[in-house]
Design a protein around this ligand. Structure first.
Ligand code: FAD
Length: 448
């Protein structure tokens, strides 16, 4: 017979877990968390690579030093996470052309200034034109970048989301500083510390039987006051409410069938949400051949194809002697490399490096290419600043189904703190609903 609980939470990423925390700490203890994979964290995921721990998913605590305090930064302070300030201010002075020459600082600074001004102008125009708030996604520069230098800077500002590019509420509220997490325990250490406070753990192991791994939700039957959830391995779970915290990419796919189907306004909003694919490729070398020291952490490859192995970072500040480089690809380039063999990707990346540093550089001895787009439990990396109304429709509760996840955060979608705050908000909304339901049943008892 199906197991019954008050609430089922689908997904054990930061949002599902922060929702669970709110519920359990406020007396709703019969919660079941169904997670498709065999671990918590979702898009927060570390991996051993080249002798150190690297982050395949979220890596930065974005938004520090502003008028409000970023809750993820607070958790990082509380648990002593090892973090490093990312100083992007010099990145545009390290832009290489295909013959290995660095663009003169004056030329690069002018191009950078022009791109920032163009984004700001476009934004002002949007603000003036729109009575519905700003669609930041449309705030792309008004003059189209054409040269390799312009394309590289455009990529830095808009795909790498460097401060100064888009008017991101995270920067406005929490500040423009970003800190890279480089901790052998992983970014997910914060989550393990968080769940220790409300789930049963022993010697660092998660043993609470309310948290169930390898449960891939495939069908959700719902009525106004109950929900039945079916998993791929044939299990059935029933509850009064469900919190769905799977990614927007998963909602866009057909992994979960809804019975009855979701209404049209809901599916339309879900499909309207643009999803970014953001790929960090890790390369390990026998020795270092790139410049290090102040102002050299980030360097850029200007190619005629936008986003072609553009943005590079070394990890010498975080892990001296690790000899690891990270290059960031996005969207179409991400999908392209996900579909090809890693050997091909290695060749392409080496080609870009040889253009910059010459043909005598050593070959990489290892490569890792995350595949977030082809992962059926993700289908992308994060929502791309959806319009406010789209977020509201995606988030809107539907009977006993509550929607959560980074893509339901009105101000901070796309970020760890967005997922965290969205989960808290969903947990609180559900608590309120449970309270109201209690009052309603007391009233009806009194009447009879
Ligand atoms: P998720 O973490 O995706 O959690 C959802 C969970 O649901 C997953 O564990 C998944 O396995 C599970 N699931 C999916 N389908 C099913 C199913 N059918 N049944 C059961 N379970 C299911 N944010 C930052 O703040 N800074 C960064 O630097 C940053 N960089 C990023 C880089 C990359 C490559 C990626 C991928 C993300 C990055 N982010 C960053 C975004 C951040 O990681 C996310 O916004 C946040 O972790 C999302 O949390 P979530 O709980 O909403 O979703």
């Amino acid at each position: 017979s199906p197991s019954r609980s008050s609430v089922i939470i689908v997904g054990a990423g930061v949002s599902g877990l922060s929702a669970a925390k709110v519920l359990i700490e406020n007396g709703v203890e019969d919660v079941v968390i169904l997670e498709a994979s065999d671990r918590i964290g979702g898009r927060i995921l570390k991996q051993d690579f080249g002798g150190v721990s690297v982050e395949l998913g979220a890596n930065w605590i974005t938004g520090v030093g502003g008028k409000e305090s970023n809750p993820i930064w607070e958790l990082a302070q509380k648990w002593n996470l090892r973090t490093f300030f990312s100083d992007y201010s010099n990145a545009h002075f390290n832009i290489y052309d295909q013959s290995g020459k660095i663009f003169p600082s004056g030329v690069a600074a002018d191009a950078f200034k022009k791109a920032v001004e163009s984004a700001t102008q476009k934004l002002k125009k949007l603000e003036a034109d729109s009575c519905y708030g700003i669609d930041t996604k449309a705030a792309k520069p008004s003059s189209t970048p054409k040269t390799p230098l312009e394309l590289a800077i455009d990529f830095m500002l808009h795909d790498f989301e460097m401060p100064g590019g888009d008017p991101i509420s995270t920067f406005l509220d929490f500040g423009e500083r970003e800190f890279l997490v480089a901790d052998e325990r992983g970014y997910d250490h914060l989550l393990y510390k968080m769940v220790e406070e409300f789930l049963f753990t022993s010697e660092g192991k998660l043993l609470d039987n309310r948290l169930k791994f390898n449960k891939v939700v495939r069908e959700l039957q719902h009525s106004s006051n109950s929900v039945t959830v079916m998993t791929e391995d044939g299990c059935v779970f029933e509850a009064n409410y469900v919190i769905l915290s799977v990614s927007i990419g998963v909602l866009q796919s057909d992994l979960i069938a809804f019975n009855p189907p979701l209404p049209r306004w809901k599916t339309e909003a879900i499909q309207k949400c643009d999803v970014v694919v953001y790929t960090k490729i890790f390369l390990k070398f026998p020795s270092k051949f790139w410049p290090c020291g102040p102002g050299k952490e980030f360097f850029v490859y200007a190619h005629e194809r936008r986003g072609y192995y553009t943005f590079w970072q070394h990890l010498e500040n975080q892990y001296p002697g690790s000899n690891i480089l990270v290059v960031t690809l996005t969207n179409e380039e991400s999908k392209r490399v996900e579909a090809q063999l890693d050997e091909e990707t290695l060749k392409e990346a080496m080609g870009a490096l040889k253009d910059m540093f010459g043909h005598n550089i050593p070959e990489a001895t290892d490569i890792f290419v995350p595949r977030w787009w082809n992962n059926r439990f993700q289908r992308g990396t994060y929502s791309n600043f959806p319009h406010d109304q789209v977020v509201r429709d995606i988030k809107a509760r539907l009977g006993c189904i509550f929607f959560s996840g980074e893509h339901t955060s009105e101000r901070y979608s796309g970020y760890v703190h967005g997922g965290y705050l969205a989960g808290i908000e969903t947990g609180k909304a559900l608590l309120e609903e449970i309270e109201k339901e209690k009052e309603r049943s007391i009233e009806s008892e009194n009447q009879t």
